[in-house]
Design a protein around this ligand. Structure first.
Ligand code: NAD
Ligand code: UDP
Length: 310
């Protein structure tokens, strides 16, 4: 197939492209390199099946004839999506509309990278897809949360109005090699700090939880969902193994053999207190479940940061 991946120069996108190319597909990567890197796509540059277009999707998504579009373009780290909140919102809403227009014109199926953030600070735990969420519409996370909620709305309206085939993946916290040292998300921050024997910056009292999925598990789930014959509605993709930030800090310090201590810093506004996917739907509809626990996935991730921060 001919497949477009927006945001393909980013962390998840580059792993997805690697998998798609190894399955023999033609891949067009569209990215404005806001949080993605040339380095991430340079690894594919010798492959005749791969092409790269430097383009902001909130301005234009080129209408290439393709069979599938994975719409991943959007900064995912709170540090980066909050740095340019209006651009984040434009990318999520106008960018997704441009990608859906491309799908409408070309007949491609579109998979939207949605997020557990659409559940906000959840009042139901773990979160099933049927939960409508608890989002502050005017807070510092809203540019991302509401942008992604609007993007989901657009997907289902393009399906109802224009017959575009859509799939929506609600992705929970994902980690692995190719995250950037300055990404700002917790796994990369803790590992980089531990490797430098600096204090690990735990926000709040560290009791808030997240559920961490290794990137190759996520990519398998995305591909399964894209190729599911019908639109099953939004599907949670994540690892239900749930950890407090204190537990994560302890584990990273132990696994890196670091002499780091922990430094408690203020909790950012609207930081969700808990987060854990109910993956019953992904298991029953896609036959998908993650296979790599945090203790296993942290090993190659730590090795990656050792090689990049050396
Ligand atoms: P990332 O920041 O590493 O990658 C995002 C990519 O999108 C980057 O290459 C960036 O340059 C590109 N991009 C951003 N704005 C763009 C624009 N306007 N036009 C073109 N390209 C643009 O993030 P990631 O972790 O790889 O996340 C990929 C997708 O998955 C995002 O849509 C994110 O919201 C979603 N997601 C990720 C996670 C996670 O834990 N990694 C969790 C939930 C959802
Ligand atoms: N966090 C932390 N220290 C850091 C970075 C993040 O304690 O250096 C916390 C953050 O407050 C949140 C959790 O780790 O409770 C996950 O944050 P991240 O930015 O990775 O993703 P989020 O799930 O909040 O989008």
């Amino acid at each position: 197939m001919k497949i477009m991946v927006t945001g393909g120069a980013g962390f998840v996108g580059s792993h997805l492209i690697e998998q798609l190319l190894s399955s023999g597909h033609d891949v067009i990567c569209v990215d404005n390199l806001y949080t993605g890197t040339q380095h991430n796509v340079a690894r594919f540059s010798g492959n005749p099946l791969f092409s790269f277009i430097h383009q902001d999707i909130s301005v234009l998504v080129p209408a290439f004839n393709c069979d599938q579009i994975y719409n991943l373009a959007c900064p995912a780290s709170p540090v980066h999506y909050q740095a340019n909140p209006i651009d984040t919102f434009k990318t999520s809403v106008i960018g997704t509309m441009n990608a859906l227009e491309c799908a409408k014109l070309t007949g491609a199926r579109l998979l939207q990278a949605s997020t557990s953030e659409i559940y906000g600070d959840p009042l139901i735990h773990p979160q099933p897809e049927s939960y409508w969420g608890n989002v502050n519409t005017i807070g510092i996370r809203s540019c991302y949360d509401e942008g992604k909620r609007g993007a989901e709305t657009l997907c289902f309206d393009y399906e109802r109005v224009h017959g575009v085939a859509v799939r929506v993946a609600r992705i929970f916290n994902t980690y692995g090699p190719r995250m950037l040292p300055n990404d700002g998300r917790v796994v990369s921050n803790f590992i980089v700090q531990a490797l430098q024997n600096h204090p690990l910056t735990v926000y709040g009292d560290g009791s808030q939880t997240r559920s961490f999925c290794y990137v190759t598990d996520l990519v398998n789930g995305l591909i399964r969902l894209m190729n599911h014959p019908t639109n099953p509605g939004p599907v949670n993709l994540g690892n239900p193994g749930e950890f407090s930030m204190n537990e994560l800090a302890t584990q990273v310090i132990a696994m890196t053999g670091s002499s780091s201590t922990v430094q408690f810093l203020p909790l950012p506004q609207d930081d969700p207190k808990v987060r854990c996917p109910d993956i019953t739907k992904a298991q029953s509809i896609l036959g998908w479940a993650p296979s790599i626990p945090l203790s296993e996935g942290l090993l190659p991730t730590i090795e990656w940061f050792k090689s990049t921060t050396r």
